[in-house]
Design a protein around this ligand. Structure first.
Ligand SMILES: *[C@@H]1O[C@H](CO)[C@@H](O)[C@H](O)[C@H]1NC(C)=O
Ligand SMILES: *[C@@H]1O[C@H](CO)[C@@H](O)[C@H](O)[C@H]1NC(C)=O
Ligand SMILES: *[C@@H]1O[C@H](CO)[C@@H](O)[C@H](O)[C@H]1NC(C)=O
Ligand SMILES: *[C@@H]1O[C@H](CO)[C@@H](O)[C@H](O)[C@H]1NC(C)=O
Ligand SMILES: *[C@@H]1O[C@H](CO)[C@@H](O)[C@H](O)[C@H]1NC(C)=O
Ligand SMILES: *[C@@H]1O[C@H](CO)[C@@H](O)[C@H](O)[C@H]1NC(C)=O
Ligand SMILES: *[C@@H]1O[C@H](CO)[C@@H](O)[C@H](O)[C@H]1NC(C)=O
Ligand SMILES: *[C@@H]1O[C@H](CO)[C@@H](O)[C@H](O)[C@H]1NC(C)=O
Ligand SMILES: *[C@@H]1O[C@H](CO)[C@@H](O)[C@H](O)[C@H]1NC(C)=O
Ligand SMILES: *[C@@H]1O[C@H](CO)[C@@H](O)[C@H](O)[C@H]1NC(C)=O
Ligand SMILES: *[C@@H]1O[C@H](CO)[C@@H](O)[C@H](O)[C@H]1NC(C)=O
Ligand SMILES: *[C@@H]1O[C@H](CO)[C@@H](O)[C@H](O)[C@H]1NC(C)=O
Length: 482
């Protein structure tokens, strides 16, 4: 029924040729270390892969070849039964439903397969007819004589080739290079053997923290070659737990290590590093001990303290003039804010001084800014007021255990200095009219306005009580009701 070449015959041919040229290969085969398959006259075949152990599943029923549909239900139990039909010693290494082996033709025999994994044939599993499926849902498989669990060393095993030295499984090195492949051979006793090329050592070029609160905390990723991959935080193997160290990643950035989270994210793939152990002062990952891994059950999270920050610029934005607005800090390509916690007018003085304004100033909290792309960068700043740069004050950078509450520091750097707002909150400043508007903390909608006079003093000009219906107009845009 099948016109495929017998694998047994092709191997025999290779043996004969090898016998003539390469004595050693013949010895290896004669001693029974190579898996041999006979795919002749099977009513199952894998099509479109590198070998008969890889491809789109095709079944023959009464001489008609057709495919199997993947619909949410398909799992390794079903895949194992299919591989076992190919050869009793096989089980599924991986199954695919992304059409990578091409679309089949003919009938789609089954969907909603529910095998227990013990059936001898797929026809013995509970199923529905696949009539309603299209070939874009055809199931593809890689079968192997070795188990699934130990396959992920340097990357995902993606292909299998049947060679004169046995079944050789290959995958791209997850060391960041897509040009190199690693090889495993499935030996007769069911263990994976490293075979040929190994993936080279990891040359970690860069580290970054992803998904954290600020710039210097989050899930750790390293750049190897041209690929970013996660560092694993926790691994359990041979009844031992392995936790990865975190301080090396802060050291690499010249920052102080604060804390780590061994389970930042779950089940990330394309991981590079696990079980990382470093001596405490090293600033190079390559000097640490680690295992290379493909899948990370738990990604490492790290928090470093960024103080003192190396700022490109600091400016006032979103205000009505050059003298007021939210403080925007820029570091490399990121824009950031200053958190409101414990901020006081002494801190405001230093910031205004830094930006070239009069030492005296007022501040308020901007709750209404667009937070997208604006990271909190400075937290708990404490200045005496005498400093000329905030790096002469103390502060911390925010992190996952100590987040900033929403709201960024905004300033009014005016000639009249600080207004003592004991029971209210500055909402805006108009530099043309030199008018400061303060919302009172009383239950009703009351506002007070101050004008900065030519004598350098604030003059309280008006108290306003507003109806709720006009409130929205007043709040946005700021100072609209003057
Ligand atoms: C299948 O497994 C049996 C029992 O372990 C073994 O004797 C046989 O050689 C295996 N066949 C192949 C092709 O690996
Ligand atoms: C392979 O299987 C076919 C069909 O079962 C059989 O006719 C053939 O003899 C087998 N080949 C070998 C080398 O065992
Ligand atoms: C499996 O299917 C075959 C043929 O389709 C049938 O002869 C056999 O009885 C079935 N076995 C079980 C356990 O259902
Ligand atoms: C499979 O192995 C054979 C023999 O080693 C080799 O000639 C062939 O190029 C390989 N095919 C693939 C797709 O790797
Ligand atoms: C593996 O490498 C090949 C060739 O460079 C590439 O086509 C393929 O997409 C890679 N696979 C993965 C999973 O990166
Ligand atoms: C399995 O076979 C390989 C070589 O084929 C050998 O290196 C390995 O030690 C064997 N493992 C076991 C558990 O027998
Ligand atoms: C990845 O491994 C290959 C194979 O060993 C090696 O040649 C290559 O240099 C490695 N790439 C990186 C970026 O480490
Ligand atoms: C991670 O994957 C494992 C194995 O597939 C699974 O048991 C576990 O539930 C997954 N964890 C999460 C949080 O998804
Ligand atoms: C918020 O800022 C981001 C980034 O600057 C921008 O893409 C987005 O359109 C802004 N959203 C609003 C509502 O202005
Ligand atoms: C601020 O720090 C710089 C360098 O760290 C130092 O030279 C300078 O004297 C400090 N100034 C004040 C006012 O503390
Ligand atoms: C304060 O403002 C009031 C009303 O606008 C004005 O009459 C008064 O002269 C101002 N005081 C000073 C010191 O400017
Ligand atoms: C600031 O005050 C000037 C003069 O009173 C006025 O023309 C202008 O509209 C005000 N600006 C804003 C943003 O309210």
């Amino acid at each position: 029924m099948s016109n495929r070449k017998s694998r047994w015959q092709s191997v025999s041919l290779i043996c004969t040729l090898a016998l003539l040229w390469k004595y050693q290969i013949v010895i290896a085969q004669a001693s029974g270390t190579v898996r041999l398959y006979n795919f002749t006259d099977k009513d199952i075949r894998l099509v479109g892969g590198n070998s008969e152990l890889e491809g789109r599943v095709e079944l023959s029923i009464n001489g008609i070849w057709g495919t199997i549909c993947r619909d949410g239900w398909f799992d390794y139990y079903d895949a194992d039964v299919l591989c076992k039909m190919l050869h009793t010693n096989l089980s599924a290494l991986e199954y695919y439903t992304d059409g990578r082996y091409g679309y089949g033709t003919g009938p789609v025999f089954y969907r909603q397969l529910l095998c227990t994994g013990l059936e001898k044939s797929i026809h013995n599993c509970s199923s529905l007819t696949g009539e309603t499926c299209s070939h874009s849902s055809d199931v593809g498989l890689i079968c192997a004589g070795c188990s699934r669990v130990t396959q992920r060393h340097y990357g995902l095993l993606e292909h299998v080739n049947i060679t004169s030295n046995g079944d050789v499984y290959t995958g791209n090195c997850s060391n960041g290079s897509s040009y190199f492949q690693f090889l495993y051979r499935c030996s007769l006793n069911g263990t994976w053997e490293e075979y040929g090329t190994r993936c080279g050592p990891l040359a970690v070029r860069e580290v970054r923290f992803v998904g954290g609160v600020g710039l210097y905390d989050g899930g750790v990723e390293v750049l190897v070659g041209d690929t970013w991959g996660p560092v694993c935080g926790y691994a359990y193997s041979n009844s031992r737990s392995y936790y990865s160290d975190g301080h090396v990643f802060c050291n690499m950035k010249g920052l102080k290590y604060r804390t780590r989270s061994v389970a930042w994210r779950y089940n990330t793939t394309n991981g590079f590093i696990g079980k990382l152990q470093c001596s405490s002062n090293t600033n190079s990952v390559t000097l640490c001990n680690y295992a290379t891994v493909y899948a990370c059950q738990y990604q490492l999270g790290v928090s470093c303290d960024g103080f003192p920050l190396n700022m490109n610029s600091i400016s006032l934005v979103g205000g009505s003039s050059a003298r007021d607005g939210r403080v925007e800090v820029r570091i490399e390509n990121s824009a950031g804010t200053i958190c409101q916690d414990n901020f006081d007018s002494k801190d405001a003085q230093v910031l205004c001084k830094m930006m070239g304004f009069n030492a005296s100033s007022s501040f308020y909290i901007d709750y209404h800014y667009n937070t997208t792309g604006r990271l909190p960068m400075i937290q708990d700043i404490q200045c005496t007021g005498q400093e000329s740069h905030i790096n002469n004050c103390t502060y911390r950078t925010p992190y996952f255990n100590d987040k900033c509450v929403d709201g960024a520091v905004a300033l009014v750097c005016s000639d009249c200095g600080s207004v003592n707002v004991s029971n209210g909150q500055i909402t805006s400043y108009n530099d043309t009219s030199r008018t400061l508007t303060i919302r009172c903390h009383t239950g009703d909608q009351a506002y007070v306005q101050y004008i900065c006079g030519n004598d350098g003093l604030w003059n309280k000009t008006a108290e306003l009580r507003l109806l709720l219906s006009t409130l929205t107009i007043i709040i946005t845009p700021p100072a609209a009701f003057l």
